[in-house]
Each structure stands twice: as structure tokens, then as C-alpha cells.
Design a protein around this ligand. Structure first.
Ligand code: SD4
Length: 332
């Protein structure tokens, strides 16, 4: 090997080893004292009512003995394929210029994470995020680079927007909505999916996938692909995921905040509530500003909380498959 290519390769190897998280590197558990053995049951929670179907898709894999990581990916993929969902995957609403651009991320119990943003024409952004996590020294790829990566790795392509979505966008364009129009995100337009799972070994993973704010400015990223905002997992504590107006969630690093409050001893529900209260303190104008968090801790306890009423999450265990209405701060 020529010296120069050897040096290049070594540099890549060096980066790869530097960026690997300091925790256990294997898929498998976890003889680390940070991770005591888990005697609770496997569990999955996902935002909104479509989370039930996503949970079922993920649950199947956990029943086959697959990890929580495989489960959240399968759940997210299920929703990404749903042509009736207007803020995730193939059925998503476009930006102001008619492009459906997708954001997603995924994170596991070893603090491995991957993310894509502003990705167009790819069916399963969550799987691209996982691929980046498992095969590159990077965490986040966006836009043309993310697309190039997905195509190179033979990810399935899609044509968006769907014809019926395009019609809606054309109507909207005619109506000439003002650029500073209030978010389309409200209690009727919330479909982003965030998923958290703990498997029977106690390993926690999460995923989040969205087409974001309808008619956003081209290039806009919300919270969903941002580790710490849309999703955060720390196996020492638990995990959290967010839905709602991304700009407000980023402002308080929402999901990380939930996890840090759990680290201080708060229950998942209490941690979500305090995070919602913090978010509210940072915003003068709360009209239409719906946001919600769900969380899970290493004991397998779960909870959620939202700014306004109307939020729920789906919970799946061996014996349960239910929708849970969360408590909230205020009524619409
Ligand atoms: C975003 N958080 O892009 C996402 C949107 C969302 O329910 O959650 N909608 O801001």
C-alpha cells in the first residue's frame, strides 16, 4: 500500500475509534456494572394513536428475540410506509416548494446513534439513520449527502409528494399563505412518530421519524433528527422522545432534558411534565404550540405529558395493547 493511502486509512480508523461511544460496544448485553440485570418485562411506547400499529410491528421482532433497536426501527418503518400519514414518510406533506423532505434518527443503549435530515425520495429514513450509525464514523448526514449515501447503499426510493398531497399543496399555494403563518402543527395535525422500547434484557432504544412542519421553508430541520432534542437515550437512566413544534423542542433540548430530570430521580411522567413546563416558560405565544414527550426508565416505567390536551401514546407489553391519554398543562 502506498504510504499516503495508508495514512489516509489510518486516519479514518482513528476517527472511527475515537467516535465510538465509551460504553459497551457490542449489540449484546452488558456485563458492565452500569447496566444491572433487568427483571421487568419488555415494553414499547410510541407517540399518537398510529403508534399502536407501529408497536405491533416492532413487538413481533422482540417476540422473536430481536433487540429493542430492531423493534423501534421496524415500528418506525411501518409508519413511514403509511400512505395516510401526513407527517411521516411517503404520505408526508411537502415544504413550501413542494418537496417532501424527511428527518429521522435512532439511538441504542450503547449511546450509538444515527440521523438523517432533509432527505428526499427515500422510503425509510430511519433505516438510513441506522445504517449511518452502524457503518460510518459519523452520526448525521443531511440533504444531498444523505441522499447520495442512501442511493449508494441501495435504499428503496419513493416518489413524493403523493398525488393527493400535491393537490393540497397546490391549493395552499394558491391561497398564498404568508411566510410567517402560524405552524400547521396543531391538535389535528400531529403524526410524527417517536418510539421507545425496552427489551427483556433491559436494553433501551428509540427512534423518531417525520416529514416535519408542513410547508416549512426548504432546508428546515426540526427537532426530530437532532439527538438530544427529538430523541435521547442514556442506558444509565432511560430514554425520551418528542413530538410537536420542533423549534420549541430544540430550544430546550427537550428529550435530553427529560432524561436528565429522570437522572435526578423524577419519574418518566414527572420528568416530561417539568420539561413541558420549562418549554412553556420559554415561549410567550403559546397559541397552537402543541408539544409532547414520552419517556421510559431503566425499571421499565413509562410516562408522558403534553402542553395541550389531546395527546396520547400507545403502550404495548405482552398483555397490553392500549392507548394512554397523557396529562397536560392546558386546554385548547
Ligand atoms: C418537527 N417535531 O419537525 C416535528 C413535527 C412533529 O407531530 O412532531 N409533528 O418539528
Amino acid at each position: 500500500m502506498k504510504r499516503r493511502s495508508f495514512v489516509k486509512l489510518s486516519a479514518v480508523g482513528l476517527v472511527a475509534s475515537i467516535v465510538k461511544p465509551a460504553l459497551a460496544a457490542d449489540e449484546d448485553m452488558i456485563s458492565d456494572p452500569l447496566f444491572p440485570s433487568y427483571d421487568g418485562e419488555a415494553k414499547m411506547i410510541s407517540t399518537w394513536s398510529h403508534g399502536q400499529e407501529a408497536n405491533r410491528a416492532g413487538w413481533k421482532l422482540m417476540e422473536e428475540g430481536k433487540s429493542s433497536l430492531e423493534a423501534v426501527e421496524a415500528g418506525a418503518r411501518h409508519t413511514e410506509s403509511d400512505i395516510t400519514n401526513r407527517s411521516v414518510g411517503i404520505g408526508g406533506m411537502p415544504d413550501r416548494e413542494g418537496h417532501v423532505t424527511l428527518d429521522a434518527c435512532i439511538m441504542d443503549w450503547n449511546s450509538n446513534c444515527g440521523s438523517v435530515g432533509f432527505l428526499e425520495g427515500i422510503a425509510h429514513p430511519v433505516s438510513v439513520a441506522k445504517h449511518i450509525m452502524q457503518n460510518t464514523p459519523h452520526i448525521m448526514l443531511v440533504g444531498a449527502g444523505a441522499k447520495q449515501y442512501a442511493l449508494k447503499n441501495k435504499f428503496e426510493t419513493i416518489k413524493t409528494p403523493l398525488p393527493e398531497v400535491k393537490k393540497e399543496w397546490e391549493k395552499w399555494k394558491k391561497e398564498q399563505a404568508a411566510i410567517a403563518k402560524k405552524p400547521e402543527i396543531n391538535h389535528e395535525n400531529h403524526d410524527t412518530i417517536g418510539l421507545l422500547a425496552i427489551d427483556d434484557q433491559g436494553r433501551i432504544s428509540g427512534a423518531c421519524t417525520t416529514s416535519g412542519w408542513a410547508y416549512k421553508l426548504p432546508g428546515r430541520l426540526g427537532d426530530s433528527p437532532i439527538i438530544g432534542s427529538g430523541l435521547f437515550i442514556d442506558q444509565e437512566v432511560g430514554g425520551a422522545v418528542a413530538t410537536g413544534l420542533g423549534e420549541s423542542i430544540i430550544r430546550i433540548a427537550g428529550s435530553h432534558t427529560v432524561v436528565e430530570l429522570m437522572r435526578q430521580g423524577k419519574s418518566p411522567e414527572q420528568a416530561c411534565k417539568e420539561t413541558v413546563e420549562r418549554l412553556i416558560r420559554k415561549h410567550k405565544d403559546m397559541s397552537g404550540l402543541q408539544c409532547a414527550f414520552i419517556a421510559i426508565n431503566t425499571k421499565g416505567e413509562v410516562g408522558g405529558y403534553s402542553v395541550f390536551n389531546g395527546f396520547n401514546y400507545a403502550l404495548k407489553t405482552k398483555n397490553q395493547d392500549v392507548l394512554v391519554d397523557t396529562l397536560f398543562d392546558r386546554k385548547w
